[in-house]
Design a protein around this ligand. Structure first.
Ligand code: ZN
Length: 275
């Protein structure tokens, strides 16, 4: 998964330390990020090459990571590229994870410049990763939206679905955001009932993953169909199609960065007979 970059490589410890020469700079312009070098595997700017106003966001491999506080015009030798696409394709997983996590923080900081309660300009907290309102005291923490994703199985088959906006052949698992007043298990049950009309049993936690692409925390589960009626009643506002697949038939994931791919491979490995 995208966050699997080694124990201790990424540290989100809060710091007020100023940037030093050689620290990594994360300069976003909307969803774009400033980079240099090979367009297929670009590198991040270093503090020293550029010296914009910036503040610490996290550390990577012992290097401080700093986010620019203003939008820079690309200097000679640097260019902007789409941060989500870069995070999906960069050969260095550490860079990929840092780019998408930095983008999540950038979107949050940009959307919390004013207090949602009283409208006053906010300030960055000096004690934790938060935006605070100096007028009314409102505190805003980074936006992290929990969502469940579930590998639903029945008699050795896995349920895979294709969203209305997904390309033909691109199947995923049943997933959805956690609603107010809901447990994760409650979300798993509700999404399965809403999207494919299936009751579930044996709902078990699998793993979780930070998913900065959509400001989410994905919480993975496995579950089984409760009963024998495996008829799929598709919610057409969400899904284009859904089917049960054996391990041999299941479409293979396009990459290994998501928890969906790990859940699918887990099913395939468990249900493939040793030859
Ligand atoms: Zn306020």
């Amino acid at each position: 998964m995208i966050q699997d970059i080694g124990e201790g490589v990424f540290s989100n410890a809060f710091s007020l330390a100023p940037a030093r020469t050689g620290d990594l700079l994360f300069c976003y312009r909307g969803d774009d990020i400033l980079v240099a070098g090979d367009p297929d595997a670009p590198r991040l700017p270093l503090y020293g090459e550029l010296t914009p106003p910036c503040h610490h966001i996290f550390s990577l491999d012992g290097s401080g990571c700093y986010i620019c506080e203003e939008i820079l015009k690309a200097p000679e030798g640097f260019f902007y590229t789409k941060a989500p696409a870069l995070a999906r394709s960069h050969p260095d997983r550490k860079t990929a994870f840092a780019v998408i996590t930095g983008l999540q923080l950038s979107r949050w900081e940009q959307s919390r410049r004013f207090c949602g309660r009283c409208g006053a300009p906010t300030q960055r907290s000096q004690i934790e990763r938060a935006m605070i309102c100096p007028k009314c005291g409102q505190i805003e923490y980074p936006k992290i939206c929990p969502a469940t994703i579930t590998a639903i199985t029945h008699q050795g088959r896995l349920l895979m679905a294709r969203g209305r906006n997904s390309a033909p052949g691109r199947y995923g698992l049943i997933a959805g955001f956690v609603e107010i007043g809901e447990t994760f298990e409650g979300t798993v049950r509700r999404e399965a009932m809403e999207e494919v009309g299936l009751p579930l049993k044996n709902i078990r936690y699998f793993k979780s993953q930070p998913w900065g692409f959509s400001d989410s925390q994905m919480i993975g589960f496995t579950a089984e169909l409760d009963g024998d009626d495996d008829t799929l009643r598709i919610q057409e506002s969400e899904l284009a199609e859904a089917h049960w697949f054996t391990a041999e038939e299941a479409p293979r994931p396009a990459n290994d960065i998501s928890i969906a791919s790990e859940l699918i491979w887990d099913f395939i490995h468990k249900h493939t007979k040793a030859k």
